[in-house]
Structure formats: structure tokens, C-alpha cells
Design a protein around this ligand. Structure first.
Ligand SMILES: Cc1cc2nc3c(=O)[nH]c(=O)nc-3n(C[C@H](O)[C@H](O)[C@H](O)COP(=O)(O)O)c2cc1C
Length: 345
């Protein structure tokens, strides 16, 4: 069961190189080991994303990542992982005076997920100790709106590694601890920029329990207005809600960590089906419902010609909201007890 309020800070350590026999995982392990005590003291959770395991193919998404429209599950998984991070540590080798292509590819997949987060580089290599690769990666990170802090760590393979492991010294460990501390402090300051309150963000599987609670709470009014308890939003299980997160694109809004609104959408030919528009009862009349609806409409992929949604035949309040937003009623093909609403896009 996901925690309802997860306020721990998360640092994602990205291992860039993927070739067999690479040094990257050993360098990342050293960083995690050296900073374990500091991470506990700071309340930081450290996750390691080894790009060899993440397994992203060369960028295969048709839309620009700034749209947040992702067709492939590997992109959505990468998006969730990076979006959950408060700060990034890039452990990178240098190949031919540059960052490895795997790291550039991993950067290119996403956009908003990186923005406004502090990052640290740990470079390693031969004579240059990975500095040229890091300089290149820093430029890309900056263009993605990450903030590169000072204190990057550079390891010269001949001096700082032996038998495939980092030679642990107090001096290096102190640099790692200082870097994690600085990263966390900068993340605390930048947090309002990347976790804006009432920001509409893609839902993740861990949101399922709260979505279940919110939809049951919101659909009570529907049950009363339509005199039926036979409404999917009321009777679905947590597993069904989680399964729907895989087939629908769902967005959430939180206030002070609490889920207060959501909407989802799915393409069916020329139609953009919008559903489960919900706002916590105490947040109604704040414009959040209209904002969620227009956001869902704005996410329609190219080629879609109309948005449709369904609501209870007797849900007058909902119908009025949708009609005010430009939707017109239709009854053909609507499930029993429901009406459809459509709007050209
Ligand atoms: C394709 C390739 C290009 C390399 N180019 C550089 C380079 O430009 N500068 C450097 O210092 N080392 C270079 N090296 C040596 C790497 O620093 C060394 O092999 C290191 O272990 C690579 O990181 P990895 O083991 O995580 O793949 C290169 C290695 C490879 C495989």
C-alpha cells in the first residue's frame, strides 16, 4: 500500500554506461556506500537507476517530451522514476571526449520530469578523469532546466580505482557526503518550483489507493442523484483502479500532499474519451474541475477530432458544467442511465 503522505526526499543515482564489464555500477555503489549515514541523517532515500537495467531503446516516442504524451510503457516507467526524484546524481564515463550515448538518450526521453531539480555529476576516465564527458552532460542538463551544483566528483581510473572498485579514502567519502548534503539543501529550496501545489501531474500506480478513496467519495453524489449504487466508480477494487492506470492516461492534483482532483483520457479512433473527472467535495467551486477538464482536452493527441464523456442522466450539475465548457448532449450509444457529451476539438 502506498504511503498517503510521502514527504521523504529522493535522490536518483543514474548509472550512464551500459557495456559489459563497465565500471559505472562500482562507482555508483561507492557513492551510495559513502553517503549512507548522511542520507539517513537527512531523511534521503537513494534509488539507483542503472541504464543497462532501465533498458531504454533509442528514443522511439513520436511526440516531443515536453507534451508529456508517452506511448510506450518504458517511457512512462522512466518518467515516473525521474519525476519521483528530488535530485539527480549522474555517474558517467567519458567516451571519445563526450558523455555516453546512453545518457544523452535517457535525457532526451523526458522534459518536465528533469526541470528545476539539482544535479551532481560523478565523472571518471583516464587522463581527463571524465571532465569532458561531464562538461557535455552539464550543458544538456542545463538546457533541461536542471541546476548543476558545485562539488562534482572526478575520478581518474589509474589513481582512484583498483581492481574495478573505487579506492575508498576519507577524502573522497567526505566529498561525497558534502555533495549529497548540498544537493538536498538545494532541492529543499527548489522544491516549490518542481512540485507546485495544485500542479496537474501524471498519475502513477502508487496513486491507486487514493484514487479509489477519492472516486468513491465523489461518486456518492452521483449515486444519490441517479438513485443507483451500480456505478463503476463506486464498486471498483483497488486492483481495477490500478489496472485502469495502465490503459488510461490519468492525471492527479494534490494540495499539501493530499489527492484532491483527477481526470483521465484515452484515445479511441478520432475520439478522445475523457472520464473520471473528480474534485474532492471540499475543493469544489474553486475552478479545479474546469481546469482539469480543459487540461485533459489539451492533451488530446494529433488527429483526434472530438472529446466525449459520459455522466449520469440525472446528474444535472455535471451536465451544466460540461455544457458550459462547450459540450453538447447526446443519448445514442450512452450506457443505460447515462448521457453522453461531446465537443469538437
Ligand atoms: C568507446 C570508448 C571510448 C572511450 N573514450 C575515452 C575518452 O574519451 N576519455 C577517457 O578518459 N577515457 C575513455 N575511454 C576509457 C574509459 O574511461 C574507460 O574504459 C572506462 O572504464 C569507461 O567507463 P565504463 O567502464 O563505465 O564503460 C573510452 C572507453 C570506451 C569503451
Amino acid at each position: 500500500m502506498a504511503k498517503l503522505f510521502d514527504m521523504s526526499k529522493k535522490v536518483l543515482v543514474v548509472v550512464a554506461s551500459t557495456r559489459p564489464g563497465r565500471l559505472g555500477p562500482a562507482v555508483a555503489s561507492w557513492f551510495v556506500r559513502a553517503t549512507t549515514g548522511t542520507a539517513i541523517d537527512l531523511g534521503v532515500e537513494v534509488d539507483v537507476a542503472d541504464l543497462a537495467e532501465v533498458g531504454l531503446p533509442f528514443l522511439d516516442e513520436p511526440e516531443h517530451p515536453a507534451t508529456g504524451i508517452y506511448q510506450h510503457e518504458h517511457t512512462r516507467a522512466w518518467s515516473r522514476r525521474v519525476a519521483a526524484a528530488d535530485a539527480l546524481v549522474f555517474v558517467t564515463s567519458e567516451y571519445n571526449f563526450a558523455m555516453p550515448a546512453t545518457l544523452k538518450n535517457a535525457f532526451d526521453y523526458l522534459s518536465a520530469e528533469w526541470a528545476w531539480k539539482p544535479c551532481l555529476f560523478i565523472g571518471y576516465g583516464n587522463t581527463s578523469a571524465g571532465t569532458r564527458g561531464v562538461q557535455m552532460a552539464r550543458g544538456v542538463a542545463t538546457s533541461l532546466r536542471m541546476l548543476s551544483i558545485g562539488g562534482d566528483i572526478f575520478l581518474r581510473i589509474a589513481d582512484d580505482l583498483s581492481d574495478g572498485e573505487v579506492t575508498e579514502t576519507e577524502r573522497l567519502a567526505a566529498r561525497a557526503k558534502d555533495a549529497l548534503t548540498e544537493l538536498t539543501r538545494v532541492a529543499d529550496v527548489l522544491r516549490p518550483l518542481y512540485r507546485a501545489d495544485l500542479e496537474i501531474v501524471p498519475a502513477v500506480s502508487g496513486d491507486a489507493p487514493e484514487l479509489l478513496v477519492l472516486q468513491r467519495c465523489c461518486w456518492v453524489d452521483e449515486a444519490i442523484a441517479n438513485e443507483t449504487l451500480d456505478l463503476p466508480a463506486l464498486v471498483e477494487s483497488e486492483d481495477e483502479v490500478r489496472a485502469a492506470l495502465r490503459t488510461w492516461t490519468t492525471w492527479c492534483v494534490r494540495s499539501g500532499g493530499r489527492l484532491v482532483g483527477s481526470v483521465r483520457a484515452k484515445r479511441d479512433g478520432d475520439t478522445w474519451n475523457i472520464g473520471r473527472l473528480m474534485v474532492a467535495p471540499d475543493q469544489r467551486h474553486s475552478g479545479l474541475g474546469r481546469r482539469l477538464l480543459s487540461f485533459a482536452e489539451s492533451q488530446a493527441p494529433a488527429g483526434v477530432t472530438e472529446a466525449t464523456l459520459f455522466t449520469g442522466a440525472r446528474s444535472e450539475r455535471n451536465q451544466a458544467l460540461y455544457q458550459k465548457a462547450g459540450y453538447s448532449l447526446f443519448t445514442e450509444d450512452a450506457p443505460a442511465g447515462a448521457v453522453g457529451l461531446r465537443k469538437p476539438l
